[in-house]
Design a protein around this ligand. Structure first.
Ligand SMILES: C[S@@+](CC[C@H](N)C(=O)[O-])C[C@H]1O[C@@H](n2cnc3c(N)ncnc32)[C@H](O)[C@@H]1O
Length: 267
């Protein structure tokens, strides 16, 4: 994959992500993370890698009265997010170079975004910089592919579609920062302390395996990896068939595991 492509959501990828993937894969964890953000009733919340706003919406609900700023690297995501959650202030921003002053926020939240940062410690150091000394960072990362029923079925489908050269994006990027001790070490190196780690397993539901297959293949940076090899629709059909064999016809349910880390600035 060309450099940087693994973190680019462009054009219709944002809508496909929001439509096919968010309700099944991201919303269950968004509700959980927003509940954690709300535990200390922060006044100003910054969200990093907010995508299309699934966590943003839940934070707005969970922390009424909070001033929520949602940011993402990719303008296509910001545009969908702004439409979805107009109550938040939306800005395009790279988490590695935040356009905010030191100590502006009471909480920084980032769901399933840190894996995409080319320099994790720099991203965490930026979060640390913009937090008040009394603030809190909350970040989540996926556990390995085998702990995620949908990602594991997707990987099997891609191996069937491309037996000689399956795309590696899902295993190496979203599921490639799956050691919570490594994440905690990076947080510590960036100036955080008081780190807690929770392993969270939740269920996701979708109307069909084909919905999930479409979401992963058309709504993530897996898409250019597929398009470099074959026709997108034909590949989605193979992946959907493989997933359907695992999950059966009709509505599907999968278990998914992630790590949620909380940390406070070292003073
Ligand atoms: C898997 S999505 C998660 C989005 C959202 N947090 C959610 O839970 O649906 C990963 C997001 O990270 C964003 N991203 C990747 N690199 C980034 C960076 N350096 N700074 C900010 N956002 C980034 C992508 O644009 C994408 O929206």
């Amino acid at each position: 994959m060309a450099q940087g492509m693994e973190r680019r959501w462009v054009d219709s990828m944002a809508e496909a992500y929001e439509r096919w993937l968010v309700p099944t894969v991201f919303r269950p964890f968004a509700v959980d993370l927003a509940g954690r953000v709300g535990e200390t009733t922060p006044g100003r919340v910054l969200e990093l890698a907010a995508g299309t706003g699934v966590v943003t919406r839940e934070i707005v609900r969970a922390v009424p009265g909070a001033e929520v700023t949602a940011t993402d690297l990719n303008q296509a995501m910001v545009e969908v997010g702004r439409e979805q959650v107009p109550e938040a202030t939306w800005e395009q921003a790279d988490a590695l170079d935040l356009p905010y002053q030191d100590g502006e926020f009471d909480a920084v939240a980032c769901q399933f975004g840190v894996m995409f940062f080319p320099d994790k410690r720099r991203g965490f150091a930026e979060a640390r910089r913009v937090l008040k000394p009394s603030g809190r960072a909350l970040v989540s990362t996926w556990d390995t592919v085998d702990t995620h029923d949908f990602a594991a079925a997707l990987a099997a489908g891609l191996e069937r579609a491309f037996p000689d050269d399956p795309p590696t994006f899902i295993a190496t990027v979203p599921h490639g920062y799956a050691d919570p001790d490594l994440v905690a070490g990076d947080l510590r190196a960036a100036g955080f302390d008081g780190i807690t780690i929770d392993r969270v397993t939740l269920e996701g539901h979708a109307p069909s395996a084909a919905d999930v297959a479409t979401g992963f293949c058309a709504g993530t940076p897996l898409r250019p990896q597929i398009e470099a090899r074959a026709d997108l629709a034909a590949t989605i059909a193979v992946v959907a068939e493989t997933m359907g064999e695992r999950f059966g016809p009709g509505p599907v349910t999968g278990r998914m595991t992630a790590y949620v880390l909380e940390a406070t600035p070292r003073t």
